[in-house]
Design a binder for this molecule. Structure first.
Ligand code: MN
Ligand code: MN
Length: 428
């Protein structure tokens, strides 16, 4: 497999690593699947391509007018949709690369909300980078905030409704959850700060309009602040006149020292707002990859459920849907394609790359296929405490084989051989 991946691309003179040309993708996927000894997912993909013709040289397929070669190369399933795609489907992808980036001295941030991606009504996402020492100002917001660290290290703090404190350090792969209305902060640590993705259970969320400590203090009369804390009004002379938002400062003190100070008098929050994913075994591991499901059952503080999915080259997050809630996706590593099917015979396939957002409405069936030659890592996030899905295989395996065969004419043997336990990622 390693040798196969080092082969130059079959056609054209594009750089090998980023080329998603179908022909070399198929070769790589074949090699990857041959290694794990599973064929069904590839067989169907190949059929689709043969029906369509793989070279797209037909006169009816030519494009004598303008074309955006840069984007077309990264979106092969939009340029040449599989023959199984049909009808319209609202776009279910928005790349963070398209989002406005707000750059401050301590780092930067950008967001993808319902204003950018109209079907993402129930969730929004924010990417943020904090340099070493960079602080995301003490603040809160109405909705809950779920986060996944994509690089580096951070110190996070919060205070709950009983005045109990929370101070913790998190690293790449760790999560946190701040309930709605709970004030919190994030600070990048040595040696190079951090980057993370935030997900909010409100599609209309706006990171640029949160309740900020400096903003509130500045908009409260100084004599009221003086009365509130029983100190002279001059104490507040240096409160900034503009929000700090993201700003650089010295690094925090040792973790234990800051915990001790914050927990004095009221103690720590009973259920940690941090979740250390590295300490968790995969919920399910197959030849095709692995998944960690983090929801209320193993992370009691959360009201947002998530699956962290790793798919090997050629592997497939199997055909499934979520009966209870919409799914917000974030692609961390690798290249994928997803087809979403909707009632009325509509189906559309789109391609996904690192830092792209995907969105699948409740109960809409879909799959995610690794079409690259390296690990695909992506997040499925749901605005509910409980993770739920139903897979196509599960459905068929637990329905009388006679009845299934009467629909799809596969023979009953095929139905009886489907695993009685959900695979999640194929090949099993
Ligand atoms: Mn926040
Ligand atoms: Mn899903």
């Amino acid at each position: 497999m390693i040798d196969e991946n080092k082969k130059p691309p079959v056609s054209g003179d594009e750089p090998a690593a980023k080329t998603l040309n179908r022909r070399n993708f198929l070769e790589r996927a074949s090699a990857a699947l041959a290694m794990v000894g599973a064929v069904p997912a590839l067989a169907s993909a190949q059929q689709t391509r043969e029906l369509n013709g793989d070279n797209h040289k037909g006169h009816n397929e030519s494009q004598p007018g303008p074309d955006n070669k840069t984007l077309d190369q990264s979106e092969p399933d939009s340029v040449w949709p599989p023959g199984t795609d049909a009808g319209g489907q609202p776009p279910f992808k928005y790349p963070f690369s398209f989002a406005h980036k707000r750059i401050e001295a301590g780092g930067w941030t950008r967001q993808v909300t319902v204003r950018d991606l109209p079907i993402s009504k129930k969730m929004a996402g924010v990417e943020m980078r904090l340099i070493s020492g960079g602080i995301r100002e003490l603040h809160w917001h109405v909705g809950a905030e779920w986060a996944y660290m994509t690089a580096g290290k951070a110190r996070i703090t919060a205070v709950d409704q009983h005045g109990r404190g929370f101070v913790e350090d998190v690293s790449e792969g760790d999560l946190w959850l701040f309930p709605g209305g709970v004030p919190h902060s994030i600070q990048g640590l040595d040696p190079d700060g951090c980057q993370f993705i935030l997900v909010f259970d409100d599609g209309n969320f706006n990171e640029f309009e949160t309740f900020l400590l400096t903003d509130w203090m500045h908009h409260t009369p100084k004599e009221v602040l003086a009365k509130n804390f029983n100190v002279p009004a001059s104490t507040f002379e240096n409160v900034p006149k503009r929000e700090l938002f993201i700003f650089p400062r010295d690094l925090p003190r040792p973790l234990e020292e800051e915990k001790k100070e914050a927990y004095a008098g009221s103690g720590a929050v009973p259920n940690s707002f941090a979740f250390f994913t590295g300490q968790m075994k995969p919920t399910k591991e197959t030849a095709g990859g692995s998944v960690k499901i983090v929801d209320r059952t193993n992370f009691p503080a959360t009201n947002i459920a998530a699956a962290i999915v790793s798919v090997k080259p050629g592997g497939l997050r199997e055909l499934h849907w979520h009966p209870n809630e919409d799914e917000w996706q974030y692609y961390v590593k690798g290249d994928a394609r997803m087809t979403v099917f909707s009632a009325g015979g509509h189906a559309r396939t789109m391609d996904f790359h690192p830092s792209d957002v995907g969105y699948v409405e409740r109960s809409m069936p879909h799959y995610i296929e690794n079409i690259g030659d390296s690990e695909l890592l992506f997040l499925e996030v749901f605005p509910t405490p409980d993770y739920q899905d139903i897979s196509l295989a599960e459905w068929l395996a637990h329905t009388p084989s006679r009845l299934v065969d009467q629909h799809i004419a596969t023979g009953e043997d095929f139905v009886r051989r489907i695993s009685k336990k959900e695979a999640v990622i194929t090949p099993e």
